[in-house]
Each structure stands twice: as structure tokens, then as C-alpha cells.
Design a protein around this ligand. Sequence first.
Ligand SMILES: O=C(O)CCC(=O)C(=O)O
Length: 281
Amino acid sequence: MKNTILDDEDFAFFRENGFLIKRDFLPRSFMEDANEFVDQFAKTKVEEWFAAGLLKEAALGKFSNYRESFIDIWQLAGMPKYSRQIHHYSIHPSMYKLLNDETLLKAVKKLLAAERVYAGGTQNYRVKSGLLPWAVLDWHVDRYYWEEHEDPDFEFLICWFPLQDMIDDGGGVEVIPLSERSGYDLRHQRKDVNIPSALLEGMESIKARLNTGDMLFFNSRVIHRSITYKHLQPFWSIDLRYESEDYPSTDTQKYGFLVDGGSRKTLNTWLKKKEPKNQPV
Ligand SMILES: O=C(O)CCC(=O)C(=O)O
């Protein structure tokens, strides 16, 4: 039996700390959709490298699972420096299914205190490996990235989960429970997105070590950072964002959608928001 209901204790914890780790929360069908999304992304990327002449058919033939062998294939292709270009790759039917998951939406609505929600414009998927220099974010607060960050009424929710059990903390996220130093105060001291660690001295932090099916929820004011992943096998994670119906950000109006139970019409409108590919392979 999955642990899919957010109870009063969960809700109170989230209100106080700005984050919540919900263990064994995600249904199997959600994880299948997540795997489908990442599988198709890995396949697309490998096909792009192949089409650009970075990979030979004979070499590629020995890999049966591009997602699991992603780092090996990336090395074989000459380690191309690519950006995730999220508004191109994440606007996809499998991501749409994920964003419409009923279990997740119930929790999201409760945490955002909203009857209806927008799936945000920024949905991330990340591959980590000790061989990859990217994808390690220093202490920051997500709202600083948003145009609306100065407005105290603006809020959003981040839902971060791994696609496999974590071997240790690496690849995960370290969060600092909300305190008087969270959010706006730090922005006044520095207009940068990254927060100097000297400002965080003495603050308690939690390293979220998650297994498949676990979810880390946090709000846009929570100070957090990536935990460096040192292993060689690829580690995949996804972070989804939702906003209340009352206050969709510019980013969400441009690249997100109002969640309506997964209708084909909304999907088709959303797919039209996909940006053309504009990055090197
Ligand atoms: O997955 C990570 O390493 C960090 C994610 C993160 O910091 C974010 O989504 O803002």
C-alpha cells in the first residue's frame, strides 16, 4: 500500500519548514511515466549525436538501453557540451502524463492551498555522473529565477524525485528548513541567485536521501543545493513545478498549462508551446 495521503502532520511540517519528504508516495504508474519521459529524452539525444556524425552505428549497436548507458554513449560521442533546453525537450506527451498524475495533484493542491493549479513552465530532468561536470547547483532559492520573486503573494511548489534508489546522498538535494533568513532577506544582501555559504553558517540542513517512489516537496523560498554525485553510473532525477490558479508567473503563462485532468485539447495547446531546437548537439 502506497503512502499517498498527506495528513495533517505532513501539512503542518510543510507549513513550518517549507519542505516535506514523503516516502513511498509515488504510484507505480507515475514512475512508469517518468521512466518513459527519460527514456525518450535519452533516445532523442543519442539519435541527435548519431545524426551529427558523432556516433557510428556499429558502436551504438552494443547498447540496448540508452538511458542506462547514457554516460558511456556521451563519452563515445566525444562528450558534447549540450544544454537541457527545457522548453524544447520537456514539452512532451510523457511529461504531460506525469504532470497530470492524480496522486501528485492532490498533494500539490493541498500544499499550494489551491483548488486548481498550473503546471509551471519549468520542468527539469537531470542526469548526473561523477564524469559529468554539470548539474551541481550551489546554495540558492528557486524564486530568484522568477520575474515575480519580489511579490510576497507569489509562490510555487517544487516536486523533486529520483528515478532510482540513491546509493548515498549524492545526486540528491540538501535543504535548509525555512527560517527568518529564508527568502527575501538574502536577496537584499545579494542580487545573485547563489547564496554565499558564509551567510548560512550555523543553519541546520537536511540531506534528502530518497528511494524510487519517494518525493521531496519544497516551496520557492527554501534554500537548497545539489549534493555532488561521485559515482560513474548515470543518476536521473526530475523536478516538477506547480503554481496556484490565482497567480501564474510569466514563465508559466508562456510555457505551462492550467491542469484540467489531462485533456487532449490542453495537451495539443501545450505541445504548440514547444520551443524550436536551438542548441548544439
Ligand atoms: O537536482 C539538483 O541537483 C538540484 C535541483 C535544484 O536545485 C532545483 O531544482 O532548483
